[in-house]
Design a protein. Structure first.
Length: 352
């Protein structure tokens, strides 16, 4: 397959999720960016090579230009750590020390992964050292992942960190850099929490309570319904209490809404642990805003429900907040494309 060069377009950001692969290509500067092409390809199984072929076909037919792509590190292979290194002016080999520390934390060979690390804002009770966050992906996993797409004639320019991609995508709706910004990515198989301070990613983790698919499966089993039926009802009603009196699904809607409320209550409680940790690290930096992204972020009344449980602003991120796009794209996919947008925005030579 031949792909023409495209100097006026961004690389193609490809976000490989548990159920879908999302691809986005942008044009224009950060202040006037536009989604020129977007496609969502359902995943059909565990054969990534075959699915990469389906993605390449969809790109060829979907108005994309060029062969350059940027991918996110698969969530199940990402290794992260936060630790303190010697002072930067000490002359110590900081990258080697960071690699050794990350390897120790994850009980693996420090030569077995590709790593990036960055300085964190100095905590309130800071010592003389350099506080950093590191992220890595094992070479074996990275190579297999990249090879699946490069076999289709695509050129992988970078394997990016999820947290960096979402922070980049949401730049326009992040609060003032003095406080703490929270980004909650609600997917089907997991939820991921990203915390930023002074425009720097200071924390990322997968939430144990974050598998929306598990909620659907449990409710389907408990009420002897199909998962598809429960999922359709959840998408249609979400946490909205305004159920018409004559609705035949009143009882089912009420039961599912109660289960969804318990599910999100658990997620909010789990979020309080890292927020408390950052409160101790940066006591003068209040939490200012929670941004909701991901395919499950648009559940009816979810934004209002989470806001009612927290004492800071909660905002659903819409495509129009991030880039100009066709209304139909917003209606069909909305914040599910956020990670792919952040990947597409990658520019060679910039910080991750």
């Amino acid at each position: 397959m031949r792909w023409p060069a495209s100097p006026s377009r961004s690389p193609i950001g490809i976000d490989v999720g548990a159920r879908q692969i999302k691809a986005v290509q942008l044009s224009g500067a950060a202040s006037s960016r536009r989604i020129e092409a977007a496609v969502v390809v359902p995943r059909t199984g565990n054969d990534l090579k075959q699915e990469a072929r389906h993605v390449a076909d969809a790109l060829a037919q979907g108005g994309f230009k060029g062969a350059d792509i940027v991918l996110a590190v698969p969530s199940n292979t990402l290794l992260t750590g936060i630790f303190e290194l010697p002072p930067r002016d000490s002359g110590a080999p900081l990258e080697q020390i960071a690699r050794a520390e990350l390897a120790r934390m994850h009980k693996c060979d420090g030569r077995s992964f590709e790593m990036a690390y960055w300085d964190l804002p100095a905590p309130a009770r800071v010592g003389a050292g350099t506080h950093v966050m590191a992220a890595a992906c094992p070479h074996a996993d990275a190579n297999a992942f990249l090879d699946a797409f490069e076999a289709q004639g695509l050129r992988a320019r970078r394997l990016e960190i999820h947290a960096s991609a979402v922070a980049r995508a949401c730049r326009a709706v992040l609060p003032d850099r003095g406080g703490i910004a929270v980004i909650l990515d609600l997917g089907w198989s997991l939820a991921r929490l990203v915390l930023l301070h002074k425009d720097v990613v200071v924390y990322e983790r997968k939430l144990a309570k974050g598998a929306l698919g598990s909620l659907v499966a449990a409710e389907a089993k408990g009420h002897d319904q199909s998962s598809d039926a429960v999922e359709r009802l959840l998408i249609a009603r979400g946490l909205d209490a305004a159920v018409p009196p004559d609705d035949a699904d009143v009882k089912a809607s009420q039961a599912l809404r109660a289960a969804a409320q318990r599910y999100f209550d658990g997620m909010i409680e789990e979020m309080r642990i890292p927020l408390s940790y950052l409160g101790n690290q940066y006591p003068d930096a209040p939490v200012e805003r929670l941004l909701l992204i991901g395919g499950a972020a648009r559940l009816p009344a979810l934004e209002a429900y989470i806001a009612s449980r927290l004492d800071f602003e909660v905002r659903l991120v819409r495509l129009a907040d991030l880039a100009a796009c066709a209304p139909a794209l917003e209606a069909e996919h909305g914040p599910a494309l956020t990670v792919a947008i952040g990947l597409a925005e990658f520019v060679e030579g910039t910080d991750s």
